[in-house]
Design a protein around this ligand. Structure first.
Ligand code: ADE
Ligand code: ZN
Length: 322
């Protein structure tokens, strides 16, 4: 079984992190921005824990300043993603990482991304949609302009709104205004929860933000009632196994709950989160799942179908990809 060649769908991929580090280094050099301290001698990102990871991530976004930067980033990211058999992906874009959520400016950024996305579809046979994500650690007030950026550009290409960042800062309910605004504009919703927070964080996210997908969600496993809630409400988890192991959200592969969640009837999908940061790819995720949980072709086919069903693109696009 060639893991690389298998057709895949990826729902949880941070846009700014999806291109190779060499792309970000090159852009920084062009703009004479010194971010050398975030790379090791081999040119890989270096960080020592989750908080430091967020700081390094922030620095890696410094060279991303113009629509043209985003056009090039999008093309580089989709070329890389398509190499691993991904035929459809959704990426999270955080305006707050790159100059702030100014609606007029971001209309141009999204237009440039869409242009690159269409080019990538022609050149690399990958279909791409995007999701605006606010950053939890910046607080609820900063989430509102991010949601507005999403609402003002919502359509075929910009299909969702979500939240990433430091999960333990603030409670989900504080962000309800932004999620309500996005929902009312017809956007689909997802939110990182249960990566660092406990099952209560997953439960509060479902209750207060009414999302259809949860980013990570793995800590739901610690409360059978929350697991049952995920099953009953048909919520889909965007699980990023290598990310969880590298960032130590779990103590190791043995402790990773992806199979136990599946066994309990939870709908799970598989993604890379921030591939170069965690030295992963979709091929590597598949290889690890086969090695650690004995997953075979039927398991991968099942999660691909779950991901296609849970994708935020329209029905015609899903039919074309099926
Ligand atoms: N932003 C990028 N990767 C993230 C993660 N794993 N958790 C929260 N925010 C993120
Ligand atoms: Zn993430």
């Amino acid at each position: 079984m060639s893991f690389q060649k298998m057709k895949k769908i990826e729902l949880h991929l941070h846009h700014e992190a999806a291109a190779p580090p060499s792309f970000i280094r090159g852009l920084a050099a062009e703009k004479k921005i010194d971010i050398s301290k975030i790379f090791d001698d081999q040119g890989n990102y270096v960080f020592h824990d989750f908080d430091h990871f967020l700081t390094v991530y922030d620095a890696a976004c410094l060279p991303l300043q113009t629509p043209e930067d985003f056009r090039r980033l999008t093309l580089a990211a989709l070329e890389e993603t398509a190499k691993h058999g991904v035929i459809y992906c959704e990426t999270f874009v955080s305006p707050d990482f790159c100059g702030g959520a100014d609606v007029a400016a971001w209309k141009e950024f999204f237009a440039a991304m869409k242009e690159a996305s269409e080019e990538a579809e022609r050149s690399f046979s990958i279909t791409h949609r995007t999701i605006v994500t606010c950053l939890r650690h910046l607080g609820p007030e900063k989430a509102k302009p991010a949601a507005l950026c999403a609402v003002e550009t919502a359509g075929d290409y910009l299909v969702g709104f979500g939240m990433a960042g430091a999960e333990m800062m603030g409670r989900p309910g504080e962000f309800a205004y932004s999620f309500d605004m996005a929902r009312e504009a017809g956007l689909n919703l997802t939110c990182h929860a249960g990566e660092w927070g406990g099952p209560d964080m997953v439960a509060d996210t479902l209750r207060d933000l009414k999302v259809s997908r949860i980013g990570h969600g793995i800590n739901a496993i610690h409360d059978p009632n929350v697991v049952q809630q995920l099953v009953d409400q048909d919520v889909v988890l965007e699980v990023c196994p290598v990310s969880n192991v590298v960032l130590k959200a779990v103590s190791g592969w043995d402790a990773h709950p992806i199979q136990r969640l599946r066994d309990a009837g939870v709908k799970v999908t598989v993604s890379t989160d921030d591939p170069p940061f965690f030295h992963t790819t979709m091929t590597e995720e598949y290889r690890q799942l086969a090695e650690n949980f004995g997953w075979g072709e039927d398991d991968f086919d099942a999660i691909t179908q779950t991901a296609l069903d849970a994708a935020f693109c329209d029905k015609q696009t899903k039919e074309r990809l099926a």
